[in-house]
Design a protein around this ligand. Sequence first.
Ligand code: ZN
Length: 158
Amino acid sequence: MSKELAVQAAGKNFATAQAGAFAELTQYEYVHASAKGKGFPGKLFLQKVLGLTSMEVSLNNLPAGKAMPFSHRHHDHEELYIFVSGKGQFQIDGQMIEVREGTVIRIAPEGSRIWRNHSTEDLCYVVIQATANSLRVNGVEDGEMMREDVVWPDPQHA
Ligand code: ZN
């Protein structure tokens, strides 16, 4: 039975949840509508839980020896894969890329992608997807410095 991620706290301008360690992500199972009940353990989507409005994000753990069962591509979404631990191999349009902690990959919607974990440890990664060509300004230009005073609790009592 798949564990469900719940919102821990939410306010007017935020929502937060605690998904746990990447090593334990296999407690979560994603079942795609077209997969006839066959689930993917270790894939946790965040969009619905957090109410994200501009992107879909998943936290992933592909255990040792496992491979994605099929290639996929997207209609509108560009994807960014951020590898946080482990080692694996990725193919985009048949081109092989070795991945490990720190590898980041952007893939255009039409790119055919598949990956595997041929190592002996978990392959952990984050996938962010958003509509291709939708960015209007870069993040640095969109940010604005706030002038308000910030108070942090005393570390002894946090
Ligand atoms: Zn995808």
